[in-house]
Design a protein around this ligand. Structure first.
Ligand SMILES: *Cc1c(COP(=O)(O)O)cnc(C)c1O
Length: 264
């Protein structure tokens, strides 16, 4: 793992403006190439690229937006609030779509739902959170028909520090969203998975697990499998994830450059 000590070094590792556009271009090319390697059954959709801008300044969000990027992801509530309400982003990025991809505590629901241009919450991990979002949404929606898009996050790797519901609870949680949360629109399932898996060792077990759960959920709840997305794949493994059927990849460092770990 790359460790940086000095500020100098960190600055050199953080993408400069011009590099964001070229980082994006490189990622888009790889996304297209990986998409064309998919099984023909998976070729009915184009994977959505979510640019994860956590720890990066508003200026780089604007830069990526101006290079054509529309979907952005944040995983800390405070950063989503800061950038979501940033006046420059609001005036220059009218069509920006924010994905919340972090742990959401019930006491922060109102703050997150108030973010203009919030597109989706990818990380619903419990019935309690789903119910909280469902009850709060009417206060924030622009029109009565507008539903809040959500994905259910599943802890496919079983690691204690990872959020998400247990695989065995996933179907039940999705059922709760569909049957009891009329203000929510269930759009798919999401996983983070184990870090550092080496795809040359074979298909990533977390991605296989998410796919298996996708099939199970669609079967048990009688859902159209094409209408249920798979959010999986980050900088280190998004091409692999696309080949395995990901519809939504979340890419940070490959676009915006190295990111210091919290506390570094
Ligand atoms: C940070 C983060 C990403 C992006 O990570 P990179 O490795 O920088 O691409 C994706 N998903 C989630 C949930 C994240 O927190």
């Amino acid at each position: 793992m790359l460790r940086s000590s000095g500020v100098m070094e960190k600055n050199m590792l953080t993408r400069k403006m011009a590099d964001v556009a070229s980082g994006l271009r490189a990622v888009r090319d790889k996304v297209a190439a990986a998409s064309s390697r998919r099984h023909p059954e998976l070729a009915y959709f184009k994977p959505r690229l979510v640019a994860v801008s956590k720890t990066k300044p508003a200026a780089l969000v604007i830069e990526a937006y101006e290079a054509g990027q529309r979907h952005f992801g944040e995983n800390y509530v405070n950063e989503l609030l800061e950038k979501g309400h940033n006046p420059d982003i609001l005036s220059k990025c009218k069509d920006i779509r924010w994905h919340f991809i972090g742990h959401l505590q019930s006491n922060k629901i109102n703050k997150v739902l108030a973010v203009p241009n919030l597109y989706i919450i990818e990380t619903v991990h419990s019935k309690q959170l789903a119910t909280g979002l469902n009850n709060a949404w009417p206060k924030f929606r622009k029109t009565e028909e507008s539903l809040l898009k959500v994905m259910v996050q599943i802890n496919t790797s079983g690691e204690e520090e990872k959020n998400g519901c247990q695989p065995s609870e996933a179907s039940n949680l999705v059922k709760h969203v569909i049957e009891n949360c009329k203000n929510l629109k269930f759009t798919g399932i999401m996983t983070i998975g184990k870090y550092g898996y080496d795809p040359s060792a074979g298909p990533n077990p977390d991605f296989l697990k998410l796919r298996e759960l996708h099939n199970k959920i669609c079967q048990e709840l009688n859902l159209d499998s094409r209408a249920v997305e798979l959010s999986m794949g980050m900088s280190s493994d998004y091409e692999h994830a696309i080949e395995l059927g990901s519809t939504n990849i979340r890419i940070g460092s490959s676009i915006f450059g190295y990111r210091a770990k919290k506390g570094e």
